[in-house]
Design a protein around this ligand. Sequence first.
Ligand SMILES: [Zn+2]
Length: 247
Amino acid sequence: MNSKIIALMLLPLLVACTETTGPAPVQTKPAPTVTRSAQSGLAAFNRVSRRVEPVAERSCRAIHKNANPKFCDFVIKVHNDPKQPANAFQSIGKDGRPVLTFNINMIRSIQNDNEIAFILGHETGHQIATHLSKTQQNQAGGAILGGILAAALGGDIQSGIDLGGMVGARSYSKGYELQADRIGTYIADRAGYNPVIGARSFNRTKGSNAFLSTHPPSQDRIDTVNATYTQIKAAKAKGQRTPPITW
Ligand SMILES: [Zn+2]
């Protein structure tokens, strides 16, 4: 495993003793959006992760009842590379479990616990809505197109394939991002956070970091979160304690 990866070890039965392990956070030139120390950011991230992960896992299992138990067993990691622009993403680990990776500048740019909860919820939303496997299918299509394009232009077919894959992933992602925002709104609310406050980071960062550069315009996202939260509150007012997640 990459030594820069700090595993937070969010095993459901060990949540009370979760600690951040690994080397002390390195502080060099921070990204422009960085506003807090690595220590303060990591403490907040650890605190919020402990609350959000079990909620996300339970919510995921309620939707994917017949899936492999690993499907909803989230691993949360911090990538401690201060040179990377702020970023968070979801992937699948070698063991088949979904991995949510936040890099250190993402953690240092988040201003409050609601924001951490919402972004964590958003990343779990990509897994819950199976976006990665759907995007990989799209990427496969994009890769073939990129290869054909490169061959036609007399270029390097391998780089054409890589380029095509990237273009495929990006061009299919925006609708999925809004779906993940809806799911993230439910997850943050269920974990006891305010997703509307959580989504305010969209206004602040305005596409200046990698997390947002592939994401839809801020206002679309804020509107989605506001509308979803209004629906959740309306369902609760009617007596539904845990309104079912839809996206
Ligand atoms: Zn996303």
